[in-house]
Write a protein that binds this ligand. Structure first.
Ligand code: PXL
Length: 294
């Protein structure tokens, strides 16, 4: 079988596992090639640290993509995550340039959490991000990002009806699939709600909730989801796989004697189970796979 090629466009936060330092190992562990377009280099991510460095790599993005264009090697999937200000139109151009007929585009509008935009972003950035979501097949905002993308008020602890409404509106922007993870509809449980615009159906998957705020979990979820899809699994199974990867990563982190969650989850210790789960799901998969057979 031909190896799948994924392009991941997001920053390198040198320490504090998130963005490329989680996408690259997770997608690679799933057996796919992961090419990268780094958008910026930071000493750490911007959540919970002071004094981080930030080198904007906008000026390198066009020359990198010009060189790649000469190589004539389209990608099976293109993933975007955290982008620096002003990089959204450039990223849209890169997607259009390298998207083949069967390329899956996954946009994670990584820009906000807990009701607030990340440092340096404002609502005009959210409007630009909404334009990028229009190019996606799949989008995976968290609940806060969904509110900002749609220009809707952030009200904490949404119920299922509210999230269903947001997912329908997100899918109406363009993507066939919209997913929000980290939801607490049922006491003691945390889950992911997925929406498929073509079938107008929702899929809910939940496990036991582990209290706490875990930095980088959205990035782990996005990389796990895309890994599943590129392994030929359906969107529903890929969502379960990604949720399980985050859940196991949290459990592994809490096994550590002194976890400092600012530095991200110990997802490395969840990778053996992740790889096994992909094989098990592939063995049991029916032929309903949305993105399979590409
Ligand atoms: O995990 C999302 C993320 C990625 N990259 C950078 C960030 C964040 C969230 O804070 O600051 C640089």
């Amino acid at each position: 079988m031909r190896q799948k090629r994924v392009l991941s466009i997001q920053d390198i936060s040198c320490t504090g596992r998130c963005s490329l330092t989680v996408a690259l190992p997770i997608i690679s562990a799933a057996g796919h090639e992961c090419a990268i377009m780094p958008t910026a280099v930071l000493s750490t991510h911007t959540g919970g640290f002071k004094g981080y460095t930030f080198r904007d790599l906008t000026a390198d993005m066009a020359p990198i993509s010009d060189h790649w264009a000469q190589l004539g090697r389209p990608f099976d999937a293109i993933q975007t995550g955290y982008l620096a200000k002003d990089q959204v139109p450039l990223t849209a151009g890169i997607i259009q340039r390298f998207k083949g007929a069967n390329t899956i585009v996954l946009v994670d509008p990584a820009m906000a959490d807990g009701g607030k935009m990340y440092p340096g972003f404002d609502t005009s950035f959210a409007r630009q991000m909404a334009d990028l979501v229009k190019l996606a097949d799949i989008t995976v905002p968290n609940y806060t990002e969904a509110c900002f993308l749609l220009g809707e008020e952030y009200v904490p602890n949404p119920g299922r009806t509210r999230v269903e409404d947001l997912l329908r509106k997100l899918a109406a922007l363009g993507p066939r699939h919209a997913l929000i993870s980290g939801l607490h509809f049922v006491p003691g449980q945390v889950g992911v709600l997925s929406y498929d615009r073509e079938t107008d159906t929702f899929d809910w998957f939940a496990t036991e909730d582990i209290q706490g705020y875990f930095h980088g979990s959205g990035d782990i979820f996005a990389a796990g989801l895309l890994s599943g899809i590129e392994s030929g699994l359906s969107l529903g199974l890929s969502a379960r796989l990604a949720h399980d990867l985050v859940h196991t990563s949290i459990l592994k982190t809490l096994e550590d004697e002194e976890p400092d969650v600012r530095f991200g989850l110990h997802f490395e210790r969840a990778l053996p189970d992740f790889i096994k789960e992909i094989e098990q799901m592939k063995a049991g998969e029916q032929t309903d796979s949305t993105y399979a057979g590409r």
